[in-house]
Ligand binder design. Sequence first.
Ligand SMILES: Cc1ncc(COP(=O)(O)O)c(C=O)c1O
Length: 413
Amino acid sequence: MTILDARTSAAADDTDAAIALVEQYAAHNYSPLPVVAASAEGAWITDADGRRYLDCLAAYSAVNFGHRNPEITATAHAQLDTVTLVSRAFHSDNLGPFCAALARLCDKDMVLPMNSGAEAVESGLKVARKWGADVKGVPEGRANIIVADNNFHGRTISIVSFSSDPTARDGFGPFTPGFRSVPFGDAVALAHAIDDNTVAVLLEPIQGEAGIVVPPDDYLPAVRALCSEHNVLLIADEIQSGLARTGHTFACDRWGVVPDVYLLGKALGGGVVPLSAVVADRHVLGVLHPGEHGSTFGGNPFAAAIGTTVISMLERGEFQARSAELGAHLHRRLRELIGDGVVAVRGFGLWAGVDIEPALGTGKEISLRLADRGVLVKDTHGSTLRFAPPLVISRQEIDWAMGQFATALREAA
Ligand SMILES: Cc1ncc(COP(=O)(O)O)c(C=O)c1O
């Protein structure tokens, strides 16, 4: 049975039964493809009925190193046999090495470990406001933070307060004040928005959920210069773009830009555990004192051990190199389809936003066709598909996926 059949069939196979349970008991805050992962390895997912799929989403870049990467799972297994959680009420022997390694990777002084990406963003906003009050001298309650239109930084109340997506906001007010949104890629608009009470500019260097939108080459350097000139913190949300996804350790590296604060998450947890972090120098993160911020699970020994392994893998540079080399191939193959169902291709490394001709169907419809052909991608914003496979994918697997994509587009025409 194909996936398209399965969606309309009453057959009670394992896939249908699993989906029915989710439909009945899980909140309907997602609209997933009808694929039920039962196991996964490398770049492949096998479903409850034994069908195999090439994963070209990698859990929104949380699985950069591949499903069940053996180096990462070895660390996880070993750590399960020692200590997993003590809270920050005590020390653990893993937290210091993790923070030291991450600080070194980012060339910064200090690390604030958290869990989800949204928590890292929230934490970064709190740190920026506290820095504004304690260091910059912004009067209490007057700080503002500048963000970009069409941003995606997570789902908490404060974060959706500065979202431009009505689905993320409608019905969730009242919202947190203190944010100004300006067009992404427009440094002049950003300059106009800065005033004496601006404490930070928060940006994704490449906007992921917006459709992998790459700014003009002079944008991030100009933002860096403006932030330095006005004593404003530049906070780079590298939660999706960072950790080798673009062919660099950080997407900011592409433009030689060093932010004051990195927000990291997703791949930092090696596809095993939620692990995020705010990384900055002491004159920024040093504004936090005991009791002012925290998390029971943040920096727990299990996550810290995995994070340390992930950082050592990144320090070798091989994933960045793979992403750059195979990404160039992926982008070449995708650009060949322009005019044959593809309108535009954006991004760097193994990260591509692909606009489909709207007449062929919605992004979701094309994703279903692709899933039916054994390739998993995610649609975003109507007619855009996102290709972001685990960085362990091979050239042959990319070629196979591109063949399936070309056929799916032809079938839809
Ligand atoms: C750039 C960016 N920031 C923050 C988040 C939120 O991360 P999480 O879903 O782990 O809260 C995401 C998630 O997609 C993201 O892409």
